[in-house]
Design a protein around this ligand. Structure first.
Ligand code: FDA
Length: 308
């Protein structure tokens, strides 16, 4: 299995330097990243909105090493919100935030991340939209869910993410569903040990369906974050059985992946949100996309070989 090897490389500084410097990397990266700046990304947002798609925006950055970088990450989101205001998309353009980019892993990181997050959620609320907290590796979950709960006390629309590969996730799904939260369910993209996570893909898929059912039957707003055709079909069925209307849950997929399917679901009247990442710190995000699908890696390696 190459996936775990690539996920290990996604945390290696040496690999980061090699991959980032390879001349062929950029065109492959561009398949998954909408741009390097907010100016390059706004037209992409507008064109998705014109096609009836909603978006969630991720200013790339993670694993920072000092509080000044966290402040810069916060400011990048505030600039994004300023750029979104004139588009008047409201909740059709929300934000996804990785708390590690706001300082969560630094000393005193929980409070630092909360302090950096608050003005972003406030600014998002002021233009009629909201923020979803991406979920990173399992060591961050308790802190992230506590920050989510704290934010929701003032901004109930703040979203959380749960990952079906973790043993704990059905319990988290139950708690969040009862609390009436917006919850994105994903399979999980990090390298996790067998002590906390299913290692077998079919177990992860089955666990996904179990948590999906909890969310669909619960009081919250489920956000189905997956490109998997079986999961999409089962979601529609579970939503129907739970008596949910089309605007009482949504699908979410990543920019650059299964775009025809994104358009098809939107055309059928579903809420379909595209996760758009942009910025210069794309290495970790890019490597996780390679790890998810051997064909992406093969494509990348072929370009390395054929171009020298
Ligand atoms: P699966 O990996 O089984 O793929 C099903 C099919 O989708 C594949 O057969 C292929 O056709 C297509 N596909 C999937 N990945 C592809 C790729 N990289 N390139 C090309 N085709 C691909 N994870 C996390 O840990 N924390 C988070 O906060 C988030 N946030 C998030 C938001 C959104 C909107 C999405 C869609 C995903 C995430 N993820 C995430 C990532 C998630 O955990 C997972 O790694 C990917 O979605 C891949 O899993 P699928 O459910 O798509 O199924």
């Amino acid at each position: 299995m190459l996936g775990p090897v690539i996920l290990a490389a996604s945390r290696s500084d040496r690999m980061r330097r090699i991959v980032s410097a390879a001349p062929v990397t950029k065109p492959v990266v561009n398949r998954f990243i909408a741009g390097e700046t907010v100016e390059e990304t706004t037209p992409v947002i507008a064109s998705k909105a014109a096609r009836g798609l909603e978006v969630t925006l991720d200013v790339l950055g993670e694993d920072i090493t000092d509080p000044a970088e966290a402040t810069r990450a916060r400011d990048a989101y505030l600039r994004l919100i300023e750029a979104l205001a004139p588009l008047e998309l409201g909740v059709r353009a929300e934000m996804s935030v990785k708390l590690s980019s706001f300082g969560q892993a630094l000393a005193g990181g929980h409070d630092l991340a909360l302090k950096n997050l608050a003005p972003v959620v406030e600014a998002a609320d002021a233009i009629g939209t909201t923020v979803t907290l991406d979920m990173e590796d399992h060591t961050t979950i308790d802190s992230t869910l506590a920050i989510h709960a704290e934010m929701r006390a003032r901004f109930p629309q703040t979203g959380a993410v749960i990952q079906s590969y973790l043993f704990r996730t059905e319990d988290d799904a139950r708690a969040l569903a009862a609390a009436g939260s917006r919850v994105r369910l994903v399979k999980g993209a990090y390298k996790e040990p067998a002590s906390v996570a299913y290692q077998d893909k079919s177990d992860v898929d089955k666990a996904y369906i179990r948590s999906l059912k909890i969310l669909m039957d619960g009081d919250g707003y489920p956000m189905v974050g997956s490109h998997d055709p079986r999961i999409i079909a089962i979601s529609q069925d579970l939503a129907h059985r739970a008596g949910r209307k089309l605007d009482e849950y949504e699908f979410q997929m990543l920019y650059g992946i299964r775009e025809a399917e994104q358009d098809r679901l939107a055309a059928e009247g579903h809420r379909m949100r595209v996760y758009i990442a942009y910025g210069t710190d794309w290495y970790g995000y890019f490597m996780r996309r390679l790890a998810e699908r051997p064909a992406n890696l093969a494509f990348f390696l072929r370009s390395l070989v054929s171009r020298g």
